[in-house]
Design a protein around this ligand. Structure first.
Ligand code: SF4
Ligand code: SF4
Length: 507
């Protein structure tokens, strides 16, 4: 029985409620007046229920689709303005005890397994800072023995402490396996930003079929955000892996998950991610029957933006540059840039040496890496003694291989403001302190000046001459659009201070 407040994932992601929503939506989508009233609600920034969103997901008429896209664009600009937040993933370890059918790190794959030492990690961080990054998403496979919580905590501390020239990582978000309330408390105390965990699929029979290992526990995985909230982490990020099951089902379930977090904890998801299934080592995406085409994916993004206007929406380098551009138009507010989706590699690419890796899965890099033992309990997987015989492989194959500087130029050319802002987290605007600002659109008064200030830092520290010219013009123009006069004046003063060498000034 559907119950948004329940702590039982089988109740807040109620299978029958999803099927009923789809059935009802198919009927209602034929009614122009119903569509119109749903869109009017969305255009008033009121968000949508999962049942209302389900109706929009059924729209195929081109004219109505265009209205959905235009509305999604309007809603995003009202809430977040033109800023696009940039981050990079950082893989700490590819040891994994699970055998997830769709993942290059699955333990049945005979690939080199490795884990960054703290010294290697420092070099990775330096390389990321030299690219201008300020916020990272830490990624690991699941392996409590090789990659315990203490290792993760040590890595977080190392990252926050490692400063290279003017660089600093100011926000560390975490994407690690579902864990205990006690471990979530430790992550909170280590001052993580958002805890992100992809649901993969909300469809329980599919979930059970695609996973082997501890991750196969559907309830433990689906209720992870509840435990994270109970552990005091109030910024959580959700999202299915599109392509594992039917996209309407996954989208409605994602919105139900958001409704559950709101109902049970008073705080919806800080972010929703939109990964689509890609091929990887021994993973052929074409063997999956629920792949989502570009048209449907664009509709999913736009409808989600209308349904949860307050939520940050994340797109990774899984998508091509051209398609990323389309999706930015209809709701995406955060992107990764210049990503490596293997362990090690940023340092090697930057010529900092150190990590014994050539960066499998890096934008613009390929190669092999030396590593350690294979996955726990997997027969026939090579260990440390097999150095040189096995190759390190990425978790999945990237589609956007551009360097951060090129991504930034591309954003500026399209009228967006690249942002390395981490101010909310630094100022304690998280959870229930963040949500009212996001829901009212007041957050744009923070996002715009903060985006301009962090972009000015980037121009001073990392940009080439072409970007400096483009960036100065953009900052001069956009500074005039800061709505509050007092804040605008203060932002102009901050800008001068940044030009004189100060850093991390923010609202
Ligand atoms: Fe391991 Fe995560 Fe990949 Fe599953 S998806 S095999 S848990 S790294
Ligand atoms: Fe994100 Fe807050 Fe900065 Fe806006 S002001 S970009 S919401 S951290």
């Amino acid at each position: 029985m559907y119950n948004a407040k329940s702590g039982d994932s089988n109740e807040f992601i109620d299978h029958q409620e999803i099927l009923d929503s789809i059935e009802e939506a198919k009927k209602l989508a034929a009614s122009k007046s119903t569509i119109s009233s749903i869109l009017e609600k969305a255009e008033a920034y009121k968000g949508l229920t999962h049942r209302e969103a389900a109706v929009l997901l059924e729209v195929t008429n081109e004219e109505t689709l265009n209205r959905i896209y235009n509305s999604a664009k309007k809603v995003k600009e009202k809430i977040y303005g033109k800023r696009i937040v940039i981050f990079a993933p950082l893989y700490l370890s590819n040891y994994c005890v699970n055998d997830c059918t769709y993942c290059g790190y699955k333990c049945s794959n005979k690939i080199l397994r490795r884990q960054l030492s703290q010294e290697e990690l420092k070099l990775e961080v330096r390389a990321l800072e030299a690219l201008g990054h300020k916020r990272l998403l830490l990624e690991t496979g699941e392996d409590d023995e090789k990659c315990p919580i203490d290792y993760i905590l040590q890595c977080i501390e190392t990252i926050y402490n490692e400063k290279f020239k003017n660089g600093a990582i100011r926000r560390v978000n975490i994407d690690i396996a579902a864990t205990t309330v006690e471990n979530y408390k430790k992550l909170r105390d280590a001052q993580i930003g958002t805890y992100i965990l992809f649901q993969e699929t909300y469809h329980k029979p599919t979930y059970l079929a695609l996973h082997k290992g501890p991750k196969q526990n559907y309830e433990w995985h689906t209720e992870a955000m509840d435990r994270a909230m109970q552990g005091g982490i109030d910024d959580v990020g959700i999202g299915p892996l599109y392509g594992l099951y039917e996209w309407r089902y996954e989208t409605i379930a994602t919105l139900m998950h958001a409704e559950h977090l709101e109902a049970a904890y008073g705080v919806g998801p800080h972010t929703i991610s939109f990964p689509r299934l890609l091929s990887a080592e021994n993973v052929d995406r074409n063997s999956f029957k629920y792949l989502v085409n570009d048209d449907d994916f664009k509709k999913i993004v736009a409808v989600t933006r209308l349904a949860v206007p307050y939520t940050g929406m994340i797109l990774s380098t899984r998508e091509s540059a051209d398609f990323r551009k389309e999706l930015l138009e209809v709701g995406i507010s955060q992107i990764s840039a210049g990503s490596c989706v293997g362990v090690g590699g940023y340092a090697t690419q930057a010529g900092l040496g150190g990590a014994d890796a050539a960066g499998a899965g890096c934008a613009g890099a390929a190669g092999t890496a030396a590593g350690g033992a294979g996955c726990t309990g997997a027969a026939g997987v090579a260990g440390a003694g097999d150095k040189g015989e096995l190759e390190e492989k990425p978790q999945f194959n990237l589609a956007d291989h551009r360097k951060p500087m090129d991504v930034i130029k591309w954003l500026v050319k399209d009228g967006y403001i690249p942002s390395y802002c981490t101010a909310c987290y630094k100022e304690g605007r998280t959870g229930d302190r963040f949500m009212p600002l996001a829901k009212s659109g007041e957050i744009a008064n923070f996002c715009l000046p903060n985006a301009l200030l962090t972009f000015e830092e980037f121009l001073g520290d990392y940009a080439d001459d072409e970007l400096k010219v483009m960036g100065k013009k953009l900052i001069d123009t956009e500074m005039r659009n800061v709505p509050n006069e007092g804040r605008r004046e203060k932002a102009i003063q901050y800008l001068e201070k940044i030009r004189a060498g100060e850093r991390d000034l923010r609202f």
